[in-house]
Ligand binder design. Structure first.
Ligand code: PLP
Length: 497
């Protein structure tokens, strides 16, 4: 940390947090346990002596007040969706209604065990069964599994299903998966993990998939096309139905990456566009808090010809009883027990709370908000593509190249204005990309506030580029060595071990 940063008011705020290990005093406690009222087991019986510590662990001894202060301050050092707009493109960082958490915490949901007899958990199974149905309906497909733990895991599940389908037909020569240039990195990674060779299909000047190139690449060696719609440029693939028909004509399948359903839910159904299988990101579209690494869920919906390959087990309704059903052709289990059950409860509540019309309005408002930002900002931050975007707008911070101000600098300076940064330098190949996704949950006042900040930063980039290049100025920490932070993280407090 620089001397300058240590003088800043924000640093004063975290000083106590940084030195929690130095505050407190011996024997200071937040809680006192009563004496055990059962015979105490000798320590050597519980932990073999060779595993026992020889020296005491240097832990802070603090009062409850100091501990609460420590954790509350830590929580405030970070940006959160609950406190500010979080326009991280491709991630759909919408506000997550608290009622979802409250309902997922009800004892009937949170105190049950996955090995309980099904007769004792009929309500929970009904919820899963109905959620399978809701998601299949939203996708315009016939069935759905709730097992996968995340979007990328859903991709793996769907691609394994496609592989099983081809194998069941004896089409072992299908070893190639086509992926457009604009795809999220997880798509080629998934295809590769399934043993396929990935071939990239270029995009046209308007960001859409090059149909002619797709047609040239299609033959009997192709297993699938993995397509995201809207794509990661924030554009609706206008020729999606033609693309999918071409793929089917070649005997291949179409995998739909449904991470961007927040733009089209309730308006158009991927199944109607010709997709065969699609994953959802419940933690994006259906309001599970995310960003801290999980848990999430990546349900996968598919059309009838792929349903035999869905992971086992499925929740089925048989003679009035909800139970687990198995298919002999299934790709097998992809997740322990029932998947991320609490996350699935949240998705179910969210869907019921909004209803069909509400879900449609979510998409419409998300698209409206992104276009509002595009129109308000594109004179200073040119849009990569002409015309309307979907739920996210792809702008470029190329105007200040000569002054050495980059998209990264703009993103850092936004922190000083109280906003989390948008996604930067993604999609790949778009110079100084800023992918901005405001989501439907921000008010027009908040959007205006963001526009104001972006325009003010643009002005600073002209008049005082150094101010922008050295941002953030108000955050407790400045710029990190991001490579070292990822490769050699040091998460130990000195003296703690
Ligand atoms: C987020 C995202 C994924 C991956 O989802 P995870 O839940 O993070 O695994 C895949 N594709 C696209 C387009 C995404 O935006």
């Amino acid at each position: 940390m620089t001397a300058e940063a240590m003088q800043s008011p924000a640093f004063a705020n975290i000083r106590a947090e940084s030195y929690i290990f130095d505050v407190g005093a011996p024997e200071r406690r937040g809680i006192r346990f009563s004496k055990a009222d059962v015979p105490e087991e000798p320590l050597d019986n519980l932990v073999p002596p060779s595993f026992q510590r020889k020296t005491l662990l240097h832990l802070p001894e603090v009062s409850e007040r100091d501990a609460v202060g420590h954790f509350t301050r830590l929580s405030q050092l970070n940006f959160s969706i609950d406190t500010t707009m979080y326009p991280l493109g491709s991630c759909t960082m919408k506000y997550n209604p608290k009622v979802n958490d409250a309902i997922a915490s009800l004892p009937g949901f949170s105190h049950i065990h996955p090995l309980q007899p099904v007769e004792t958990v009929q309500g929970a199974l009904r919820l899963l069964y109905e959620l399978q149905g809701f998601l299949a309906e939203i996708a315009g497909m016939d069935a759905c599994t709730l097992q996968p733990a995340a979007g990328a895991h859903g991709e793996l599940t769907g691609m394994l299903m496609i592989r099983a389908y081809h194998e069941s037909r004896g089409e072992h020569q299908r070893t190639i998966v086509l992926v457009p240039a604009s795809a999220h990195g997880t798509n080629p990674a998934t295809a590769h993990m399934c043993g396929y060779t990935v071939r990239e299909i270029p995009s046209l000047g308007d960001g859409s998939i090059d149909l002619a190139a797709l047609e040239r690449a299609l033959d009997s060696s192709v297993a699938a096309l993995m397509l995201t719609n809207p794509n990661t440029y924030g554009r609706f693939e206008h020729h999606v139905a033609e693309a999918n028909a071409l793929v089917h004509r070649a005997g291949a399948q179409v995998y739909g990456d449904g991470a961007n359903m927040n733009a089209i839910m309730g308006i158009v159904r991927p199944g109607d566009l010709g997709f065969d299988v699609l994953h959802f990101n419940t933690h994006k579209t259906f309001s599970t808090p995310h960003g801290g690494g999980g848990p999430g869920a990546g349900p996968v919906a598919c059309r009838a010809h792929l349903t035999p390959y869905l992971p086992n087990p499925q929740v089925v309704l048989h003679e009035g009883i909800y139970r687990f059903g198995e298919s002999p052709e299934s790709i097998g289990r992809v997740r322990a027990f029932w998947g991320s059950f609490g996350v699935l409860v949240r998705a179910y509540v969210y869907i019921l709370a909004h209803g069909a019309e509400g879900l449609r309005q979510i998409s419409e408002d998300a698209v409206l908000a992104a276009n509002y930002l595009r129109v308000q900002l594109q004179d200073l931050y040119p849009a990569r593509f002409d015309g309307p975007c979907m739920h996210e707008t792809l702008l470029q911070a190329t105007r200040w190249r000569d002054a050495g101000v980059t998209a990264l600098d703009i993103a850092k300076r936004l922190l000083d204005y109280g906003f989390h940064a948008p996604t930067m330098y993604f999609p790949l190949g778009v110079p100084e990309a800023l992918l901005i996704e405001p989501t439907e949950t921000e008010s027009i006042e908040m959007l205006d506030h963001f526009v104001h900040a972006m325009r003010a930063i643009a002005q600073e980039a002209e008049s005082d580029p150094r101010l922008v290049r050295t941002a953030p100025h108000s955050a407790p920490y400045r710029r990190f060595d991001e490579v070292a932070a990822a490769r050699r993280p040091n998460i130990c407090f000195p003296g703690c071990l």
